[in-house]
Design a protein. Structure first.
Length: 197
């Protein structure tokens, strides 16, 4: 009963870490075949919904195409904002999948098929906060470095790692460790000791 050459998909789902997420992309069989899909955290306003649409790779399908008018972008925006609102206000809806959003020759957008999954959404899980960079700063800005397995042979990892750090004008202390001892590039090499202190 409806005809149109272009199909899009829009949807909503809940992620246990991020909460409500709105989705937009190419619809019909192309949803899985091509995977041109954009995701955005709810809530969305009109500008964010427009940005979602503009991020789709298949931009040619969002303009005039093969003698047909461009899709009604305002209708697409209202759809995405509406999904966002549902995701924020109706916790009994876990998921919505509108596929396809069919575009006719005049650019009219029609939701041809939709799936709504009911069920209590799980509360967002509380994940530990990321580690403060100050607490791991010593990993990135060490005051000293020990190269265990240092080597004088060019091309070996034990040589390349040391020489790259030294050539990078590292300002901290460098300790070279090798069972043979001796020196490498004028730096003392410490032997591995079997005794426990």
């Amino acid at each position: 009963m409806l005809e149109g050459k272009r199909e899009f998909v829009a949807g909503l789902f809940h992620d246990e870490q991020f909460g409500a997420i709105v989705m937009f992309g190419l619809g019909g069989i192309f949803t899985e075949a091509i995977g041109d899909v954009v995701f955005c955290l709810a809530p969305l306003d009109d500008n964010e919904a427009r940005k979602m649409i503009d991020e789709l790779h298949a931009q040619k399908l969002l303009g005039a195409f093969r003698g047909e008018n461009a899709p009604d972008k305002d209708a697409l925006i209202k759809t995405l904002v509406g999904l966002s609102q549902i995701g924020m206000e109706i916790p009994d809806i876990k998921e919505i999948d509108i596929n396809p959003l069919l575009v006719d020759a005049k650019g009219k957008v029609t939701a041809v098929d939709a799936l709504v999954v009911l069920g209590k959404t799980t509360d967002k899980k509380i994940f530990p906060l990321p580690v403060d960079p100050k607490n791991i700063g010593k990993l990135f800005y060490p005051k000293s470095i020990a190269f265990v397995g240092a080597s004088a042979k060019i091309g070996k990892w034990g040589n390349m790692l040391f020489t790259n750090v030294a050539a990078g004008k590292y300002q901290g202390k460098i300790y070279l460790v090798n069972p043979q001892g001796g020196d490498i590039a004028g730096k003392e090499v410490f032997k591995i000791c079997d005794r426990h202190s």
